[in-house]
Write a protein that binds this ligand. Structure first.
Ligand SMILES: C[S@@+](CC[C@H](N)C(=O)[O-])C[C@H]1O[C@@H](n2cnc3c(N)ncnc32)[C@H](O)[C@@H]1O
Length: 424
């Protein structure tokens, strides 16, 4: 009879970008374990062998880490939304620090020893101003279970703001005929501003336009005064107070999910501008003016641009309503930068707040704008590190680094880097 395979017990060393636990296996190769905590002693039950590393597909916790807590959310074990809810908030923040520093070291080759503050603001629950839910064939709404497309129906979301939960409660409370209307859609985006809220409904592939229109209109009647729209036929903008100004965010356009932490990031950008005596800015990927409007309000002059036309026209409207003189341009970031450079425009500072894919398409062209400083914000530390390296290759040195706990209960973290440009 063959001997039973030896039991392999591993101590989780740390959490890595993406949120998995990292341990060194008995054969010396890395083992990654989702849902682990630093310090857990785990016993592997099954693994998937990927050559250079193994992924634990099933494991038992033999000795739990002292960082573990019971998830506060009743859906916590099943819902794939919050992958750090099994960690204390302090441990989450420590893990995020490690993740940012490791990403910088591995991807950018930067050993950052100057300390990494992690800024928090507001509460670690009840912070999200917008959420995206999926709808099942019976009209129940929820998040996907981790790694699957199975919907875990929810009635409340612990990390969503009270206003979002009010909208969710109204949806969950719909009577059965409206459930059938809801089932015509596959996705539901909810967002709340200071005084209004909207729901965007994205139809299933099989739903005809006429069916979607009729179902949307029935749901709008049932959910009044919540606006029910489609991403393609967006309604009025949400108004959001920020740094003594306000933004107007058209439905469907991007805005930061955690408003308290967003205010802290905007304050950090304003503080850098003041401290470094910067007078002009170029806000690449400006959205509805999240950085541009406060910078204009602080007396700087500058240009913001974004490819989302509705966001740009809202930024222009908000600036005008607040008597701020800003220039907002709709277009692809790289093309606008090239046009500005051709026109001989120069800016003291460039603000880069790119989408998840990062800013690699524009970094090579930035020196043409002759900035003294670049402030780059990113929600993915690995992409941030990749772009930090590109910036360094283009003469911009990372001089300050701050992490912001924008997404508590998840492995996601926002990073803000200040880069000083040589020769300017
Ligand atoms: C992370 S959001 C930041 C928006 C804004 N800075 C804020 O804080 O609300 C990224 C923005 O980049 C815009 N975007 C994505 N790709 C772009 C491109 N190639 N050119 C211009 N804008 C782009 C999106 O429309 C989105 O508004």
């Amino acid at each position: 009879m063959a001997d039973a395979a030896p039991v392999e017990r591993l101590r989780i060393d740390r959490l890595i970008p993406g949120g998995d636990g990292f341990a060194r296996g008995d054969d010396g190769r890395p083992v990654f374990a989702a849902g682990a905590a630093p310090g857990d002693l785990i016993e592997l039950r099954s693994v998937s062998d990927r050559g250079g590393y193994r992924r634990a597909t099933d494991y038992q916790i033999v000795e739990p880490s002292a960082d573990r807590v019971t998830p506060a959310c009743p859906y916590g074990q099943r819902c794939g939304g919050c992958d750090f809810m099994h960690l204390s908030v302090q441990a989450q923040r420590q893990a995020k620090r490690t993740i940012v520093l490791e990403a910088l070291k591995r991807t950018a080759g930067v050993e950052w020893t100057a300390g990494l503050p992690i800024v928090t603001a507001g509460e670690p629950v009840g912070y999200r101003r917008r959420i995206r839910l999926h709808v099942d064939r019976d009209g129940a709404v929820g998040y996907y279970q981790a790694g699957t497309h199975s919907i875990v129906a929810i009635e409340h979301c612990l990390v969503a703001e009270a206003g979002v939960n009010d909208v969710l409660r109204a949806v969950v409370g719909l009577e059965p005929p409206h459930r059938a209307h809801l089932a015509k859609f596959e996705r539901l985006d909810m967002a709340v501003g200071d005084r209004s809220a909207y729901i965007h409904l994205t139809p299933r592939r099989r739903t005809t336009r006429a069916q979607a229109r009729a179902a949307r209109s029935a749901l709008a009647d049932a959910l009044d005064p919540i606006r029910v729209t489609s991403p393609r036929h967006a309604g009025d903008a949400l108004k959001l107070a920020l740094a003594g100004q306000h933004l107007l965010v058209p439905s469907g356009a991007f805005f930061q999910v955690n408003w308290s932490v967003n205010q802290a990031i905007v304050s950090a950008v304003l503080d850098a501008a003041e401290r470094l005596h910067l007078h002009t800015f170029c806000d690449v990927y400006c959205g509805a003016g999240n950085f541009s409007l406060p910078l204009l309000g602080a007396g700087l002059t500058g240009v913001g641009f974004d490819r989302t036309r509705s966001a740009i026209s809202s930024a222009g409207r908000a600036a005008k309503a607040q008597r701020l003189r800003g220039e907002f341009l709709a277009g692809d970031a790289r093309e606008v930068i090239q046009q500005l450079a051709k026109a001989g425009r120069r800016f003291d500072m460039v603000v880069l707040d790119p989408p998840r894919a990062g800013a690699k398409d524009v970094i090579r062209d930035l020196p043409q704008l002759r900035p003294k400083y670049v402030l780059m914000c990113a929600c993915d530390p690995v992409t941030f590190a990749r772009d930090a390296k590109l910036l360094a290759d283009n003469g911009a040195e990372l001089v300050e680094l701050t992490a912001f706990d924008m997404f508590p209960q998840t492995h996601h973290v926002e990073v803000l880097g200040l880069f000083r440009v040589s020769d300017n």
